[in-house]
Structures are given as structure tokens and as C-alpha cells.
Design a binder for this molecule. Structure first.
Ligand code: S6P
Ligand code: ZN
Length: 209
């Protein structure tokens, strides 16, 4: 994981010393439209392997027969301010590998935000997938994700991405720097529906939990 260079006081790392009147400067960060990597300052990356996703997939036998070191997804994020700072934004990408565990598509852990009223935007960049959404009453629904699709995830809505295609799914995201992640509720109760392949197509089915 790359070290993030965020200043102690949480102010922007980005070109503060270049903010002189009438200066025209290069951006400190770019979103590479060739490989969809974020490059530049204050960028961090986290990879999740199967061993990090115990309890996420329903088919325990299929899960157990897989290599625990298999990479399921990686998340890059540009964090110009410290996590938790009110008023800032983070920009990120999630790259989810294609494949299934049993009949369930590879997917992210899923979370509510720690500050649970914080919203988020997702947008499809590459590949095809499904954004699984669940409200506080445990109603679960989903939106199709494809290049150009745009998804507003309101506060109090848990969210999880699944790759339903044959290629890597890449999704962009922008969220408040004080949103945080609450993984516990999903780890304990899961979503109330699972995305499985039925007759060669993705289908959302009520969880048997
Ligand atoms: C952050 C945003 C994404 C996810 C990423 C991985 O609020 O929703 O960057 O963190 O898709 O998912 P998860 O559930 O493992 O954090
Ligand atoms: Zn989120």
C-alpha cells in the first residue's frame, strides 16, 4: 500500500504552495483514461483477497475449495484530506474481478457509511455488473452497472458491487471524506438478498439466512 501524504492538520496536500494569483498549474492527480488508474499525490490502494471475505459468500464448500490468496477486488482512492475531515471529498475506483463462488458473483464486502447519512456517487467505467442496495428496513434492490451508468447512493443505504461480466468491472466513486465505513452490520446480518446466476443471468434472490 502506498503511503498517503496527508498533512497533520488535514489541509490539502495538493499544490498549496502553487496557489498564487494567476498561476496556471498542472493537476497533482490524474485519472488515466487508458488503464483507469489514479496516478499522483495522496493516492492509496487496498486489495481484498478471498481470505479477507470470509462469511461473505453463501456456498461455504465452494469458498473453501478456492485459493484464499485469490484477489477479488482492489480499491484506489485519492484522499486530499484526512479521513474523517468534514467538508472534503474522496475520489476512488473499485476494480472487481470476474468469477463466481458457487452461483454467486464475485463482489465487495458492502457497507453502510459510518456517518450513515452520507451519500455517494458511483459510475460505471468498464465491464458490467450490479450495484446491490439495501435500506434500513432491509429492502434490497439493485441497479445495472455499465460504462456510463451513474448511481446516486443516498445516505442510510448499504451498497455492494458485483461483477456479472467476463471482464474486470471498474467503477468510479466520489464520497465525503467524513463518511467512513460501517462493515459490522453487513458482516453480522448480511444483505437481505443475494445476487446469483440463474439460467445464465444475474438474479436477485431473497437470502435464506
Ligand atoms: C467507499 C466506496 C467504495 C468501496 C469499495 C469497496 O465509500 O463505497 O470505494 O469502499 O467499492 O467496497 P467495500 O464494501 O469493501 O468497502
Ligand atoms: Zn461507500
Amino acid at each position: 500500500m502506498k503511503k498517503i501524504t496527508v498533512r497533520e492538520n488535514g489541509s490539502s496536500t495538493i499544490s498549496e504552495n502553487m496557489r498564487n494569483h494567476l498561476n496556471v498549474i498542472k493537476p497533482d492527480v490524474v485519472f488515466n483514461l487508458g488503464d483507469y488508474r489514479i496516478e499522483g499525490k495522496a493516492v492509496m490502494e487496498r486489495t481484498r483477497k478471498l481470505k479477507d471475505l470470509r462469511g461473505v459468500f453463501q456456498d461455504k464448500t465452494a469458498f473453501g475449495s478456492e485459493d484464499p490468496e485469490r484477489v477479488v477486488y482492489s480499491v484506489q482512492s485519492c484522499r486530499p484530506v484526512s479521513e474523517g475531515k468534514e467538508g472534503g471529498l474522496f475520489f476512488g475506483t473499485s476494480a472487481i474481478m470476474p468469477g463466481k463462488i458457487g452461483d454467486e458473483y464475485l463482489m465487495t464486502k458492502g457497507h453502510f457509511h459510518q456517518k450513515s447519512d452520507r451519500a455517494e456517487f458511483y459510475w460505471g467505467v468498464q465491464g458490467t455488473g450490479i450495484l446491490i442496495l439495501m435500506d434500513r428496513k432491509r429492502n434490497t434492490w439493485a441497479e445495472e452497472v455499465y460504462p456510463g451508468s451513474l448511481h446516486y447512493i443516498a445516505g442510510e443505504i448499504a451498497h455492494r458491487l458485483a461483477n456479472t461480466g467476463a471482464a474486470k468491472l471498474i467503477v468510479g466513486a466520489c464520497w465525503p471524506s467524513d463518511a467512513g465505513h460501517n462493515y459490522d452490520e453487513i458482516a453480522i446480518h448480511g444483505f437481505s438478498a443475494r445476487l446469483v446466476e440463474r439460467n445464465g443471468k444475474p438474479e436477485l434472490v431473497a437470502s435464506s439466512e
